[in-house]
Ligand binder design. Structure first.
Ligand code: DX5
Ligand code: ZN
Length: 233
């Protein structure tokens, strides 16, 4: 894929607030309350099977696309088998569909199908999965999502051991002259943002740190500011 790093546009990071922590009865309002502080809309799809939680379906992505026609919608599928679900989400208007490498029986075919639909394919790894699992498909993706907690729920504690995986992906991207964005998801807040961008993370997903705050726009701004401070060091 080409042009992905251009989306980052020389910024320290892209911020992708996760609606998993937004007010379930007022998701649209929650997103609007961020103003311009949120860059992407991160949608966590959990199936009660791959992960022990049940969240949003394709109707949510369709509604987000209708309500926010210009938004960049980042769909994170935590469902298995991934290939049985992508067909439901592809017509709903997402910009990215990311599948967990552990949840796809045929990850290459799954990513190819997403790309053939004109959607950016992403692939994700759990904290217990090594980067080498991604090597055969790195050239196909626009985004690699490194889970920094075990997937399923918001509000968990960041697992620092994953930092070495981010650094390894940065090296691999340079060696192979690839262009994917590196996204981190789980336990991101104004403290962990700095260490993540310093390790090479391009996209920060933040759920509870943004939406559980009294002032989500200010919380988002603080995450971004700390990321910028660290990034320039
Ligand atoms: C976890 C989800 C995350 C979650 C992050 O399974 O993939 O996107 O919303 O929540 P926080 O930022 O609260 O850790
Ligand atoms: Zn997620």
């Amino acid at each position: 894929m080409s042009g992905m790093l251009d989306i980052k546009g020389g910024r320290a990071c892209i911020l992708a607030p996760s609606i998993l922590s937004a007010d379930t009865l007022a998701i649209g309002e929650s997103i609007r309350s961020l103003g311009s502080e949120g860059d992407w809309i991160h949608v966590d799809v959990a199936d009660g099977h791959f992960v022990p939680n049940l969240t949003f379906g394709p109707m949510m992505v369709s509604a987000l696309r209708r309500g926010f026609p210009d938004a960049f919608i980042d769909v994170h599928l935590m469902v298995t088998p991934a290939e049985d679900f992508i067909g439901m989400f592809m017509p709903t208007g997402p910009d990215i569909i990311t599948v967990q490498v552990e949840a796809a029986r045929h990850v290459h075919r799954t990513l190819q199908a997403i790309r053939d639909a004109g959607i950016i394919p992403g692939v994700s790894i759990n904290p217990g999965t090594p980067v080498c699992m991604l090597e055969p498909v790195l050239h196909m993706v626009g985004l690699v999502l490194v889970m920094t907690v075990n997937p399923g729920f918001g509000g968990q504690k960041f697992i620092p051991e994953v930092l070495s995986k981010i650094k390894r992906l940065v090296r691999e991207r340079a060696v192979q002259s690839l262009d994917f964005l590196i996204e981190c998801d789980g336990g991101v807040n104004s403290e962990t943002a700095g260490v993540l961008v310093n390790a090479g993370c391009d996209v920060l997903v933040a759920g509870s740190a943004v939406y559980d705050s009294d002032d989500p726009a200010r919380a988002a701004r603080e995450i971004r500011r700390n990321a910028e401070l660290e990034w320039r060091v």
